[in-house]
Design a protein around this ligand. Structure first.
Ligand SMILES: Nc1ncnc2c1ncn2[C@@H]1O[C@H](COP(=O)(O)OP(=O)(O)OP(=O)(O)O)[C@@H](O)[C@H]1O
Length: 200
C-alpha cells in the first residue's frame, strides 16, 4: 500500500452539481485545501472550484519534472482513461491541465476516503460486517467489469484504491498503471510481460 492519507474528511462529496465539460482548466480557479492523500507519485488535495460556486473536488497534482519519460507517458494514459471513463464505480476526471511543471487532475471528491484509510482508522482488524464487504466488492467488480469490457486492465486493485463517498458510492481509483489489452506489451498468450503495482 503506497498511500499515506491525512486531512479531515466529510465536507463535500462525489455528488457533483456541475458536469465534466464545465470545470475550468486554470489552477487559479481552484482554491487548494488540505492534503487528503499522497501516493507514490502524487499529492491529492481537497479543493474548491471557485467559478462553480466553490464546488468541492479532489485534485491530484503530479510533478512531471521528477518523472522519467515512461512515467510521463503513464500519467498521460492515466488522464486519458479517467477522462473517457464513464461508470458510477470508476473514478473519472472532470478535467486536467498542466500548471508549470505540474499535471493537475480534477476529480470528484470521495469524502469517505479509501477502504485502506477506513480500516486503518476504524477497523484495524479488517472489516467485520459481511454485508459491507460484499457491497464494496460488488461495486468494485462492477467497475472492473466495465473496464474489462472496454479492453482495459487496472493492475493495481487494492484497498487504497477503492474510494468511498458519503452517499454509499464506491469508486475504483488510480489508473496510473492500467493498460489496454490491445497494446504491444501483450504477448501471444494474452499475458502482459510486466509486473507492476505496489505491495498491499
Ligand atoms: N478523488 C479522491 N477523493 C478522495 N481521496 C482521494 C481521491 N483520489 C485519491 N485520494 C486519496 O489519495 C490517495 C493517493 O491517490 P492515488 O492512489 O491516486 O495516488 P498514487 O500516487 O497513484 O498512489 P499509489 O501509486 O501509491 O497507489 C488514495 O489512496 C486516496 O486515499
Amino acid at each position: 500500500m503506497g498511500s499515506k492519507e491525512k486531512g479531515k474528511r466529510g465536507e463535500g462529496g462525489a455528488s457533483p452539481r456541475a458536469r465534466k465539460g464545465e470545470f475550468p482548466i486554470r489552477a487559479e480557479d481552484y482554491e487548494l485545501m488540505e492534503p487528503i492523500g499522497d501516493g507514490a507519485t502524487a499529492v491529492v488535495r481537497r479543493a474548491r472550484c471557485l467559478p462553480l460556486g466553490g464546488e468541492v473536488v479532489a485534485v491530484k497534482i503530479m510533478n512531471l519534472s521528477l518523472r522519467s519519460e515512461a512515467d510521463v507517458n503513464n500519467a498521460s494514459e492515466e488522464v486519458k482513461t479517467m477522462i473517457l471513463t464513464d461508470h458510477p464505480n470508476l473514478l473519472s476526471a472532470y478535467c486536467s491541465f498542466t500548471q508549470d511543471e505540474n499535471l493537475w487532475i480534477v476529480m470528484p471528491y470521495m469524502a469517505g476516503g479509501s477502504c485502506f484509510h477506513l480500516m486503518k482508522s476504524s477497523f484495524p482488524k479488517g472489516f467485520e460486517e459481511e454485508r459491507f464487504i460484499a457491497f464494496v466488492l460488488r461495486e468494485t467488480l462492477r467497475g472492473l467489469e466495465y473496464l474489462h469490457g472496454k479492453g482495459h486492465i487496472h493492475r493495481d486493485v487494492k484497498a487504497g484504491n477503492i474510494l468511498l463517498d458519503q452517499h454509499k458510492g464506491v469508486k475504483l481509483a488510480d489508473f496510473g498503471i492500467s493498460a489496454s489489452v490491445y497494446d504491444s506489451m501483450i504477448n501471444r498468450n494474452g499475458k502482459r510481460h510486466t509486473l507492476v503495482g505496489t505491495p498491499c
